[in-house]
Write a protein that binds this ligand. Structure first.
Ligand code: SAM
Ligand code: SF4
Length: 336
């Protein structure tokens, strides 16, 4: 539904128009998250499997047109070694994320997923490898993939056109999301906050689209420019507005798995805690092999060390305890 058609849209727009942190809103969101998830925070080990991408999203440092991007892809052995390390550190969900790398055929990914599930049967596998055919999503699900993350990025057609080249379409993105749901994945979607040309009405449309999709996971993070993209000179999105939106999303989707994202912590470390006390209940520390980790540069100065690193799991647990939460070593499935 377009923004403005629902009588509640203007009320929602008024809440979204302020980008100040709202402590009262945050504590309402926290009490809702505690009713559903108690004090539990779920940890996901993020493995960035490829920095190659065939697409050219105007905002992303991995875009094919960025000739200066450092490219790598992980082998099956490297991915399994990362999972082994993650499992020993206590992670029970692995998120395999990457650009749309044509090298990663269905048979390659199916083989990787089924190997992870055979070696670590109590772990969940989340994929985040972009738009694929229905048959591909089905094959990956049948191989054992549990969840899929695919942000819709923006639910407004005109805004979508400003962020992507002609070869990409919002319609296809949405069809992929509904296909993933139909197949049986736990599905995650979301959007960047403060992406170039984004309006308050766009954000209202994003929330309305999420209500239509009813995803299990919702990931939002501030836009951060990458110097070698067409949007290199735009400003960062607001961290406080992102956190405000996390609270709104928690109130609208009490059951959702909502991460405190890396881009929030990249803007300022304190944002991670602020997001957690405002409704977020997931963190995704980086398990990518150290020798390539810096090469997965979606935006400038993307954080991948200190509390963003899976190897810092004990410090992460201490940070969570310090603000009244408990890191849980389980798959952390959605409770709905
Ligand atoms: N290629 C897959 C896809 O697009 O769904 C997964 C990898 S992509 C790098 C993961 C997410 O990074 C995107 O959905 C997008 O929202 C986010 N992202 C890309 N460029 C960004 C930027 N400059 N600032 C903040 N987030 C960005
Ligand atoms: Fe590729 Fe995803 Fe980056 Fe778009 S956002 S260029 S699809 S990695």
């Amino acid at each position: 539904m377009a923004a403005g058609k629902n009588p509640c849209d203007s009320a929602l727009a008024a809440i979204v128009s302020s980008s100040d942190y709202d402590g009262e809103l945050a504590s309402c969101a926290d009490s809702v998250r505690r009713k559903v998830y108690s004090d539990e925070v779920y940890l996901r080990g993020l493995i960035e499997i490829s920095s190659y991408c065939r697409n050219n999203c105007f905002y992303c440092g991995l875009r094919a047109g960025n000739a200066k991007a450092l490219r790598y892809r992980l082998s099956k052995d490297e991915i399994l070694t990362a999972c082994k390390e993650g499992c020993e550190l206590g992670f029970r969900t692995f998120v395999l994320q990457g650009g749309e790398d044509p090298y990663f055929s269905d048979s390659f990914i199916c083989d990787v997923v089924s190997s992870i599930k055979r070696l670590y049967p109590d772990c969940a596998v989340t994929l985040s490898i972009g738009e694929r055919e229905y048959s591909s999503y089905k094959a990956l699900f049948d191989a054992g993939a549990d969840r899929y993350l695919l942000r819709h990025e923006t639910a407004d057609d005109a805004h979508y056109r400003k962020l992507h080249p002609e070869s990409m379409s919002l319609q296809n993105r949405k069809e992929c999301l509904f296909a993933l749901k139909e197949i049986g994945y736990q599905v995650g979607s979301g959007f960047m906050v403060g992406s170039p040309y984004q309006t308050v009405e766009n954000i209202v449309s994003d929330i309305r689209f999420l209500q239509e999709l009813s995803p299990d996971m919702i990931g939002i993070g501030p836009f951060i420019p990458h110097r070698n993209t067409p949007f290199g000179s735009f400003s960062c999105g607001s961290a406080d507005l992102t956190i405000r939106l996390i609270s709104i999303l928690r109130l609208l989707f009490p059951y959702a798995l909502i991460p405190a994202t890396t881009s929030l912590a990249t803007i300022a470390e304190e944002n991670r805690k602020k997001a957690l006390i405002s409704g977020a209940n997931v963190i995704m520390p980086n398990l990518t092999p150290l020798k390539v980790r810096k090469k997965y540069e979606i935006y400038n100065r993307k954080l991948s060390s200190s509390l963003e690193s899976a190897q810092a799991v004990e410090s992460i647990k201490a940070m969570l305890a310090d603000i009244g939460y408990r890191a849980v070593s389980s798959r952390g499935d959605v409770k709905r």
